[in-house]
Design a protein around this ligand. Structure first.
Ligand code: MSP
Length: 539
């Protein structure tokens, strides 16, 4: 957890770049799938921070509802005890371990959330957006959602129906509920999607939502009265608020809605809601309709990531095959973990994890292409110039090609990572540049030039090594959002802090500027960035 909200926002009204993750159910520990979305959001916000923008990154936990209640009961504790334990012992420590620099962590059982939630729903009730009715239908506790009969799968026994996501039997619920007039918002939502074509990404997600809304929306049951683990409706305390309505409101309660108007003006509307594709409709249909009903601005974008798959199925708590994020970080390291999933799976599509693929990328891209480049350059500056970075006095076409390659890589990476959330494409551009620098060294053969003691030979050698070191300076800046600890090691080994200050203060635009690394800084060999991997642990 990097900073508190107050440090990262200026209390003024300049809008901040606000990114959110879904708030996760705490019925169990976090797994690779949760970490995937959270790391992506972290990289996105670090990238924008490095553009010099004011940024706010929010994550948290979804603690109400039947799923949590049942888990707590099965474990013989109160739901609050269960949530407190999981949040403190499992969720927060994992985010810390993965270097997630969130600015806030919201829990739906916090008073700062529940009090504002009650005000929000009371407001909708007063506006006539909520009415009392009855509902009966199949409900999946895993999804915390009423299902449509048409989407259910057949179970093993006669008449048994399964949730298409969890493949578990649905339950028949029959209750008196309060309803939100969602059906009234279909046309307004379609108008909004048409006017804001970038609101839902990727394209496949947008199409799915359009098709769904075009079919017509039903009103939404927003209360439950058969259990009480939730936020009571202020006008009828026999009911608790439907857990999804409660959860979606975290994005505004954490941003100061109803509590701190200045902060809220600065943070809302959110720039990007990151969601898994399984929870797209809640964010792209129900949430904007709730905001419309309340007269609040809508988030700018909802971006859906694909699923991490195991054996052809969405990775979930029940089919994890025993791999926890820490099993991978203890083998590959945290930075390689952050890199791998974003590099290997195009954001928005499903992808599978394999030890073999991770090992191959670690070895070829991280250890060989990047890590070896860094250690070779530092070693040569040490050997030929006593560790003092020499000046580039013979900058010619070959060097200019490297400088141009850098400018192009920065432009591409900035667009792909910062705007398009195409992390794989942005990382590919950065690593293409790393390859270019390796190619440059192979062609220039500094180890041969070093044998030439003439003034010209020395100038040539100095220019080659400066060019390589300067390229690494820029690479450290570009990789800082993805692999912060590694980038810092490289920054220190280049002696860059001496003349340029902290790595955290460097900008994306500065990465593209050629010649920033001051001549004469002390280059040291430092730690190996990506050590050789141990044997794969027995599974
Ligand atoms: N609590 C709700 C979200 C409320 S947001 C207002 C919820 N929680 S969850 O814990 O079940 O999962 C939330 C998110 O975790 C998913 O939408 C997705 O972002 C991430 N993932 C969970 N499993 C995943 C994969 N197997 N692969 C990729 N992401 C996955 O739904």
């Amino acid at each position: 957890m990097a900073a508190t909200a107050d440090q990262s926002t200026d209390g003024g009204t300049t809008p901040a770049y606000f990114v959110s993750t879904p708030i996760y159910y705490v019925n169990d520990r976090p797994h690779l799938g949760h970490a995937y979305t959270t790391v992506a959001g972290d990289v996105l916000t670090r990238w924008h921070r490095q553009r010099g923008e004011k940024v706010w990154y929010l994550t948290g936990t979804d603690e109400h509802g039947q799923k949590i209640l049942r888990t707590a009961e099965a474990n013989g504790v109160t739901p609050q005890e269960w949530c407190d334990k999981l949040v403190e012992e499992a969720w927060k420590p994992l985010w810390q371990h993965l270097e997630i620099a969130n600015d806030d962590f919201v829990r739906t059982t916090q008073e700062r959330h529940t009090a504002r939630v009650q005000e929000f729903v009371q407001d909708l009730y007063d506006k006539g957006e909520i009415y009392k009715g009855g509902y009966s239908g199949p409900y999946c506790v895993g999804c915390e959602e009423y299902k449509l009969p048409a989407e259910l799968l057949d179970g093993a026994t006669e008449g048994e129906k399964l949730c298409p996501i969890h493949k578990k039997p649905v339950e028949w619920l029959e209750e008196e509920n309060y309803f939100f007039k969602l059906s009234a918002y279909g046309p307004k939502l379609l108008e909004f999607y048409a006017a804001n074509p970038g609101f839902i990404a990727p394209e496949s997600a947008r199409n799915e939502v359009l098709r769904f809304v075009e079919q017509g929306l039903q009103d939404l049951s927003i209360s439950r009265s058969t259990f009480n683990w939730g936020v009571p409706l202020p006008w009828d305390e026999k009911h608790v608020l439907y857990v999804w309505v409660d959860a979606l409101l975290n994005y505004i309660t954490a941003a100061g809605y109803g509590a701190d108007p200045e902060r809220f003006a600065e943070l809302w509307p959110a720039s990007v809601h990151l969601v898994g594709k399984d929870i797209l409709r809640f964010h792209a249909v129900i949430w904007p309709a709730m905001l419309m009903a309340a007269g609040l601005p809508l988030p700018k974008r909802v971006v859906a990531n694909g699923w991490l798959m195991v054996g052809g199925e969405k990775m979930s708590k029940s089919n994890l095959t025993g791999i926890a994020p820490t099993d991978l970080t203890s083998h590959f390291g945290v930075d390689a973990y952050r890199y791998y999933f974003l590099r290997a799976i195009p954001f928005g599509t499903d992808g599978s994890f394999s030890w073999e693929d991770f090992t191959a990328r670690y070895t070829s891209e991280l250890a060989n292409d990047f890590g070896n480049l860094a250690s070779r350059v530092a070693a040569m500056v040490g050997k030929y110039f006593d560790g003092a970075l020499p000046a580039s006095t013979a900058h010619g076409d070959a060097e200019q090609a490297v400088a141009d390659g850098l400018a192009a890589a920065v432009g591409t990476a900035d667009r792909k990572i910062g705007e398009e959330l195409d992390f794989a494409g942005g990382l590919a551009a950065i690593f293409e540049f790393v390859k270019q620098v390796n190619g440059y060294l192979t062609e220039q053969e500094p180890w041969k030039v070093a044998k030439d003691d003439s003034a010209e030979g020395r100038a040539r050698l100095a220019t080659i090594l400066y060019t390589a070191a300067e390229s690494l300076r820029a690479t450290a800046v570009l990789l800082n959002p993805v692999m912060p600890a590694t980038a810092e090691k490289l920054w220190l080994s280049l002696g860059a802090a001496e003349g340029l200050g902290a790595l955290a203060d460097q900008t994306v635009a500065g990465a593209a500027q050629w010649g920033l690394l001051p001549v004469g800084t002390t280059v040291t060999k430092g730690e190996i960035l990506f050590p050789r991997l141990e044997e794969k642990p027995a599974s």
